[in-house]
Design a binder for this molecule. Sequence first.
Ligand code: COA
Length: 261
Amino acid sequence: MGLIKNLFQKIDDGILVISIDRPDKLNALNQATLAELREVIQENYDNDEVSGIIITGSGDKAFAAGADIKEFTELSEVNGRKFAENGQEVMTLIEDCPKPVIAVVNGYALGGGCELALACHMRIATQSARFGMPEVTLGLIPAYGGTQRLSRLIGKGLAYEMMMTGEMISAEKAMDYGLINYLVEDKNKGLEKATALLQRIAQNAPLAISMLINCVNTAFVHDEDGYLMEANSFANCCKSKDFKEGTHAFLEKRKPKFTGD
Ligand code: COA
């Protein structure tokens, strides 16, 4: 294993708990964190000591508040497409993991953070969880598979509302929308619930569970055209003036002035 700096991981009773560990940046998913996530998930595909995986955020404020906006200033049309394809790959690696993966969402799950939760097989949220797709406020669209997975999970109407307004929804609303499986009081209760679920699943046949994951993923066929269109559209956003304005406005802590260019 390479040097893992942005994730905290521990294995307890066969369950791997991965915490995104950049609490002072609200666990924003920079490229290094994404690479580490890829490595850790990949190496646990075949780890016999692990029967299930929990992904959560360090601290009390955030699961992950999105991709790291500081890194957006380097995005052009060309590397914007690479950025999207790389994120899509990591999310699909999680979705295709042969072991059950549960997100315990403890606070903000925004943009890429929401997409990470969507890529997990199940989601448990705490009372303080807030889900949102604020990309449009930056002149962008979700690009880690969110346009596809959110629409499939909660339906087009609600997905459009979340992605077009960019507004956050509460954990209660996420429950009503069918975005989460359980709503619990706090992170400890979330970890307990996820552990209990994974232990229950671990009593069943591992091969059957991995086959189930393949079958359910196939029911929601990986629509290659949808993902390709998402990456292309993200790349197009990356060459717009609105994207530069949106990103700079966030970093300068001011409201953006969009012109449609
Ligand atoms: N990328 C990079 N840094 C981020 C970040 C992100 N997505 N989200 C939060 N941070 C950083 C902030 O810049 C700040 O860093 P600083 O202390 O060095 O200034 C720190 O995390 C704390 O965030 P702050 O904005 O001060 O917290 P808050 O409680 O006032 O607001 C949010 C919380 C989630 C509403 C706000 O941070 C936010 O809107 N984040 C961006 C969300 C987003 O657009 N994500 C999608 C990206 S595609």
